[in-house]
Write a new protein. Structure first.
Length: 729
């Protein structure tokens, strides 16, 4: 153990002869190398001592363990400035957990309250029985980090919970609650928290006295299907994994490792797991997903705001203006987290449809079995409709979600100032309009903030919180807290046209339009981008959001960034012919009754017309671009804009842009987000390619920004901290 150990375990031996070993490593009792070494020492002592008959393992303060210490992965991967001290192959999994703990002549029982994740659950599964509270959650979420369980989980979970359920738990990374764990046989009993330790102690002694079964889960076989059947289940899981995540290898590795244990025996499985775990730990996928894990937790750490010691005020009631798609989605998200909400509309008809949308959103959860009818009624009862501002006198927060019209928004904010109490937060869900402009007719600039949700608002995980130079830190802290309560990942950004997400991604569609006008095939572009891992390509996305929205937001960029906006008339030409996207069943694709998108040969005539208006010709090189080139020509302009956003201080950290791209645009998390991905190419390469295209095609659109040019000249990652950013925050 180092001089400054990171966590420990303690051991207390009671008069009953039971040694209780407690994992102590706040905040989640993770298994650092120090904890593991202390656990091993305690075990060896307990097994050696004559006064110890049995052992109970538990975690401090209502948390069993959040798993292996993820912060140690960087060191094991050999990152700069970190100590690399990986245990020797098989040491923890085989030597300590299997051959010392599980094989011991003294029984162990895991006493589980709260989380038992990853390595935490694996330690619990090595024990000869598991007792939990009703509050416990058990899972193996390693695949969400690009690795597989490494302490025997791939072998023991199928033997305890059955092969199909174990595969489901590992491949989805979703934990189960204690009742389900009990029905699966993963835990042996559920008891109240204040009886957890006493029951576990008694249980351990009863195992010793052979009054309860002494189970070594590694060698259990009763839950495993005969080999042929097991292979069918494994092959089905493989096919599903290939379909759901074609770019990822580690789910297939996980299935292979499980299979090895079933075919060649669990010890062979343990060794294969150990080797595969070590290999995956060094993969790009794991590094990217770890970056996302920490980046996501980093978004709520904002220098000069969250370090001021402010406590979030309690938001008891929220009002929403506008019951359209966005307003009703936001209302759904809020009532789902128990916030009473007033939804205001301009007339009965609109109000009724707004409330109808919230009802439909909730009903869809009931249909999917995710919500009971009783909960549905209770949740919907939190929503009240309004046609005037009378009910706004005691609201703590208003979120305006009306159409993107500056003068309308200005009028609304002036009204809000009159009707809402002085402490009330005045938020706008605008996706592009400058907040200073929206608040121009008020004196309340310190409580004006952007709460930019993404559609559908009750589903999409990102909340872009936009602050102006005058927004008070208290209001930011309050909105961060609301964001957490409604289970969104908040990213705090500065005020500018399009903020961070829409601004970074405006070149996405534009680059695709530029290519199409010069001969690249629409559907090949969408295919290449989807293959890369985006949920859909730029054209399918345009169809989904609708051409009306695409043109309205596009025009904001034309006005604000004319020198680098690619002006194509393709979308407007199609719109003139009443092709406006999925809602009109025709856009870049045609949609059948089941809303399936099919390519449309008629598209050529619009492309030709747009090409003539733009005065460009088909470029033979662009007409047969490789997928790799398509990817670079579409995404490097996005990287370029992300660099501008970062250099202007719109985002505090480059990792915030990574999270914004993943959560707001569906950028594949296993590629680490836009800036992290860009750094895998290096600034020099990206800059030289943009420069080349800038000379060949559209000067302004591709021109590398000064930040990129500077980084390319000096070398070094695009995401390294800014020394002299003119922060707008
Ligand atoms: C060999 C083994 O098979 C390999 C493994 O075990 S890999 C690890 C498997 N475990 C996991 O994947 C769990 C990851 N953690 C989580 O999902 C969530 O943090 C949690 C559900 C445990 C808790 O969630 P929540 O209460 O919302 O708190 P959250 O903000 O996420 O985490 C609190 C802090 O604990 C840290 N933390 C969480 N899990 C950790 C872990 N396993 N190791 C180290 N730190 C961890 C977070 O980074 C965060 O730190 P911060 O306060 O400095 O930002």
């Amino acid at each position: 153990m180092g001089s400054n150990p990171k966590g420990r375990t303690t051991m207390e031996v009671g008069a009953d002869g039971v040694a209780v070993i407690t994992i102590i490593n706040p905040p989640v009792n993770s298994l650092s190398l120090d904890v593991l070494s202390s656990l091993e020492d305690n075990y060896r002592e307990a097994l050696h001592r004559d006064d110890v008959k049995a052992i109970v393992v538990t975690g401090e303060k209502g948390k069993f363990s959040g798993g292996f210490d993820i912060t140690a992965f960087g060191g094991i991967q050999g990152g700069k400035g970190r100590s690399a001290r990986a245990p020797k192959p098989g040491y923890v999994s085989v030597e300590v957990l299997t051959d010392t703990v599980e094989a011991a002549k003294k029984p162990s029982v895991a006493a589980i309250d709260g989380m038992a994740y990853g390595g935490g659950l694996e330690v619990a599964m090595v024990c000869h029985a598991r007792i939990s509270t009703a509050n416990a959650q058990l899972g193996l979420p390693e695949l969400s980090l690009g690795i597989i369980p490494g302490f025997g989980g791939t072998q023991r979970l199928p033997r305890l919970a059955g092969l199909s359920k174990a595969l489901e738990m590992m491949l989805t990374s979703k934990p189960v609650r204690s009742e389900e764990a009990l029905s699966l046989g993963l835990v042996d009993a559920i008891v109240p928290a204040d009886e957890l330790l006493s029951t576990a102690r008694r249980w351990a002694l009863e195992i010793l006295e052979r009054r309860k079964p002494w189970v070594a889960s590694l060698y259990k076989t009763d839950k495993l299907e005969p080999l042929g059947e097991a292979k069918e289940i494994l092959n089905f899981a493989r096919a599903q994994a290939r379909k759901q995540a074609p770019n990822l290898k580690h789910p297939l590795v996980c299935i292979d490792v499980v299979e090895e244990g079933i075919v060649s025996g669990p010890r062979a499985g343990l060794w294969k797991e150990d080797t595969a775990f070590q290999g995956l730990l060094h993969s790009d996928t794991c590094k990217s997903l770890l970056h996302i894990f920490f980046g996501q937790r980093g978004t709520t750490k904002i220098p000069g705001i969250t370090d001021l010691g402010l406590t979030p005020r309690r938001i008891k009631k929220v009002a929403i203006l506008g019951g359209g798609l966005m307003g009703s989605g936001i209302a759904t998200a809020l009532v789902l987290s128990n916030y009473p909400v007033i939804l205001k509309e301009v007339n009965e008809k609109f109000l009724e449809s707004g409330i109808g949308r919230v009802r439909a959103n909730l009903q869809s959860s009931v249909k999917k079995g995710k919500m009971t009818q009783e909960k549905f009624e209770k949740t919907l009862s939190l929503l009240k409709g309004a046609l005037d501002y009378e009910g706004f006198r005691d609201v703590d927060m208003v979120i305006e979600a009306v159409i993107e019209n500056v003068s309308l928004k200005q009028q609304i904010f002036a009204d809000l100032e009159r009707y809402c109490p002085p402490h009330c937060i005045l938020a706008s869900n605008t996706s592009t309009i400058d907040l200073n402009l929206i608040g121009e007719k008020t004196e309340s600039h310190d409580r004006i903030i952007g709460a930019h949700f993404f559609s559908p608002a009750h589903v999409m995980p990102l909340l872009e919180i936009v602050r102006t130079q005058r927004t008070s830190p208290q209001v930011i802290v309050d909105l961060l807290d609301v964001g957490k309560k409604i289970k969104k990942t908040p990213v705090v950004v500065g005020n500018c046209t399009g903020f961070a997400v829409n601004r970074m991604f405006f070149p996405y569609t534009q680059a695709a339009l530029l290519l199409v006008e010069r001969g690249t095939n629409v559907y090949q572009i969408d295919k290449a981008i989807t293959k890369f891992g985006m949920p859909m390509g730029p054209f399918r996305l345009c169809d989904l959001v609708g051409f009306g929205v695409a043109v309205a937001t596009g025009s904001q960029f034309v006005v604000n960034f004319p020198e680098r906006t690619y002006k194509s008339l393709l979308i407007s030409l199609m719109q003139e012919d009443k092709r406006a996207g999925e809602t009109t069943r025709k856009g870049f694709y045609v949609y059948d009754d089941k809303r399936k998108a099919n390519p449309d040969p008629e598209l050529t005539k619009y492309i030709e017309k747009a090409r003539n208006i733009s005065g460009v010709a088909i470029d033979p090189k662009l007409a047969k671009l490789s997928d790799k080139d398509i990817l670079e020509m579409v995404f490097f302009p996005v990287v370029n804009e992300a660099c501008r956003v970062y250099a202007e201080g719109i985002a505090v950290k480059a990792s915030d842009l990574d999270i914004a791209s993943v959560m707001g645009m569906g950028f594949p998390p296993y590629r680490g987000g836009i800036m992290f991905w860009a750094d895998s190419f290096g600034s020099k390469y990206i800059c030289s390619r943009l420069d080349e295209w800038s000379k060949m095609y559209d000067g302004g659109f591709f021109k590398p920004c000064s930040y990129l040019v500077e980084r390319a000249a000096k070398g070094g990652p695009l995401s390294s901290p800014l020394e002299q950013a003119k922060s707008r925050l």
